[in-house]
Design a protein around this ligand. Structure first.
Ligand code: SF4
Ligand code: MSK
Length: 647
């Protein structure tokens, strides 16, 4: 086992303590495995390895510039890139599909414990899609909506209806560029077809399909997932909670939920509050039950229930190393196959609950969604039964934990900005126009052991708010901010520049807004669309002063997200590059030419200071074009002004 320098591998003290304990307990983690993988294959890194047919695998170099079939670097790099975007799109969209099918069952009266929690969100969504909702029951409306969403998955020739939620000019750009996706399933299948041996060889054509596929994610699968989650589990509103490994308790049964599906975790949240279950835990010698989350399942139950967040992607193994976790319950996406190996050194049970996501060494306990509460109760009792196996000599829970405020859905932001009766983005637009807020930056994505955990995210976030940039966060990047105390309005405001602080204090929002899980990046686009609709900042997303950043990304999902941001006209900063360096043409297309096509492109900035400067340059450029690049006095808008701003 390679040793890890905990000072350079991680940023927060809790993770550093657990890395030292891992070494002491002789437990391998992704940080030590990263050391054994340092010498990574340069053909893979540059996107130049092709193994899609069995004349290969072929690798492209100066000496062998073509594969056996004659494919060159451009084709191979573009095909590999498309397949990554397709992987990410599939993950988000399949997540959306599960929720849509659940909504359909609820609408048909077979909810089995699930129900429509937010009828207003349902009726609002129905109106967005021009479904009749007046004088109809919630179930009738929900059934129509579920069927429409299923058709969004399966339609063969019809353009996705969900694209119509974007600003009109945006839709026209997609039409002109011929990148409007049809049904998500067809778009994904076509990606695989195009990139198989002997089909699409023109790198531009392949990359355009990558953007088409990504749009099927951001303005399709992910957007529908967010809509249905709100209907089934309730639209999030600001909620207080805590974060980091210090939320684990020495004397309670500790249960961690990890992955991405909210359905099980919603039921677990109910199950752990059942007085009989709590009594069962006390009979087992525990003081109670602590339920907490890892990764995006954490974000889901945090937003709606205020359940604490134990950590993000790179902390999944570290949480088990505390020796205090009775059970980690995994579902889909971002759950490391190493978890059972780590758990073996302690008493932790790893339970995989999804039939499609099994891990060797874990206990398979397929979550029965048709008997959800009972299934959740059974799992919780099993965790309680495991409490007696905890070895107190192996327990060391770090003390670090920070309070936070999360749950900023678009509705919640609107409400906070304008109040119940005048909920609107107007005050935000005005603050941007007046220069109090310089612009909006969405910081999203994962953590990656190639870089010091959370250094980039936290350094950049602080700099941005100091310079009056309002930061929107999702996924593991949001958890990084939580652990740093930056989701606590009081702390964050200490770091905010005067203009941003003034606005945040006036409307009562923190300068860093936690908007949810990685599938919720669609909500950031929804917020940007509200800004466009409110008026005064351009008529498509490429015109508003807004930038996306994926500092420590690792997942295919992050690539799909980056692409749907760029296709929506938003520039995206990457902390490290895609695997495309083997093709100058592909690199130029993604980092330059997409600006011509969509209004945004990718920029690679390996250092947070460099990223900060690039963001400022991009925001200034947008402000310049809008003619608002100087601070103006606050102006109160009357109806005439508003009409003049309308787009
Ligand atoms: Fe090699 Fe062409 Fe087959 Fe790829 S498709 S493995 S480049 S022969
Ligand atoms: S969990 S995709 S590591 S954000 Fe959504 Fe975190 Fe990235 Fe997974």
């Amino acid at each position: 086992m390679k040793s890890v320098d905990h000072k350079t591998a991680v940023w927060d003290s809790a993770s550093a303590e657990m890395l030292l304990k891992a070494e002491h307990d002789c437990v391998d983690t992704c940080f030590s495995r990263m050391e054994t993988q340092r010498n990574q294959c340069r053909f893979g890194r540059d996107g130049l390895c092709c193994r899609i047919c069995h004349m290969g695998p072929c690798k492209i170099s100066a000496k062998s510039p073509k594969g056996v079939c004659g494919a060159d670097a451009d084709t191979i790099v573009a095909r590999n890139f498309l397949r990554e975007v397709t992987g990410g799109t599939s993950a988000h969209s399949d997540h959306g599909r599960h929720l849509i099918l659940r909504l359909k069952k609820v609408a048909e009266g077979n909810g089995n414990g699930y129900q429509i929690k937010d009828e207003m969100a349902l009726r609002y969504a129905a109106r967005l899609y021009k479904l009749t909702e007046r004088d109809r029951t919630a179930n009738e409306v929900a059934l129509d909506l579920a069927n429409l969403f299923i058709a969004e998955m399966t339609s063969q020739e019809e353009i996705l209806k969900t694209l119509s939620l974007a600003p009109e000019k945006q839709q026209n750009i997609w039409k002109r560029r011929n990148v409007q996706p049809v049904g998500i399933d067809r778009t994904v299948v076509e990606s695989m077809h195009r990139s198989t041996m002997g089909v699409d060889h023109d790198y531009r054509n392949i990359l355009l399909h990558a953007f088409r596929t990504a749009l099927a994610d951001g303005w399709g699968g992910s957007r529908m997932a967010a809509i249905v989650s709100d209907i089934l589990f309730g639209t999030a509103s600001p909620v207080r909670s805590t974060s980091n490994l210090g939320i684990l308790q020495e004397h309670t049964v500790n249960i961690l939920v990890h992955g991405h599906e909210p359905e099980l975790s919603e039921m677990l949240a109910v199950a752990v509050q059942d007085p009989e279950t709590i009594r069962y835990a006390k009979d087992a010698g525990a003081e109670g039950i602590t339920l907490a989350g890892i990764c995006c399942t954490a974000n889901e139950i945090l937003m709606r229930h205020g359940i604490p967040v134990a950590g993000n992607f790179l902390q999944q193994e570290l949480a088990i190393i505390t020796g205090a976790v009775e059970m980690m319950i995994t579902d889909v996406q971002c759950c490391m196959p190493s978890l059972p190996d780590v758990a073996r050194a302690y008493h932790t049970l790893i339970i995989s609950t999804s039939e499609m996501a099994q891990t060797v060494g874990s206990v398979q306990h397929v979550f029965d969604e048709d008997d959800a509460l009972h299934s959740a109760n059974t799992i919780v009792r099993r965790a309680i039964d495991n409490f007696k196996n905890r070895d107190p000599h192996k327990v060391a829970i770090p003390s670090a934990s920070r309070p936070l405020v999360a749950g900023f859905s678009v509705d919640a932001i609107k409400y906070m900005l304008g109040g119940r009766f005048r909920a609107s983005f107007r005050p935000l637009n005005d603050a941007i126009i007046q220069g109090r807020i310089k612009g909006l930056v969405g910081i999203v994505g994962c953590s990656n052991p190639k870089e010091q955990l959370e250094y980039y995210v936290n350094t950049l976030t602080k700099k941005l708010i100091q310079h009056n940039v309002l930061v929107l966060k999702t996924g593991c990047a949001a958890i990084a901010s939580a652990k740093e105390g930056m989701l606590l309005p009081e702390t964050a405001l200490e770091h905010a520049g005067p203009g941003l602080r003034e606005v945040c204090e006036a409307v009562g929002i923190p300068p860093v807004l936690h908007m949810g899980s990685c599938v919720d990046n669609a909500r950031i686009l929804e917020a940007a669309t509200e800004v466009v609709r409110e008026g005064g900042l351009g008529d498509d997303l490429s015109q508003i002063p807004a930038v996306g950043v994926a500092p420590e990304w690792m997942s295919e999902k992050a690539i799909a997200i980056g692409c749907y941001f760029v296709a929506s006209g938003v520039d995206v900063i990457l902390g490290h590059p895609f695997h495309i360096a083997g093709s100058d043409n592909v690199t130029r297309f993604l980092n330059l030419e997409t600006t011509e096509l969509f209004g945004g492109s990718f920029h690679v900035c390996p250092d947070p200071d460099e990223a900060f400067l690039k963001i400022m340059e991009l925001l200034d450029r947008s402000r310049e074009k809008l003619g608002i690049n100087k601070k103006t006095e606050r102006k109160l808008y009357d109806m005439k002004d508003r009409r003049a701003l309308d787009v």
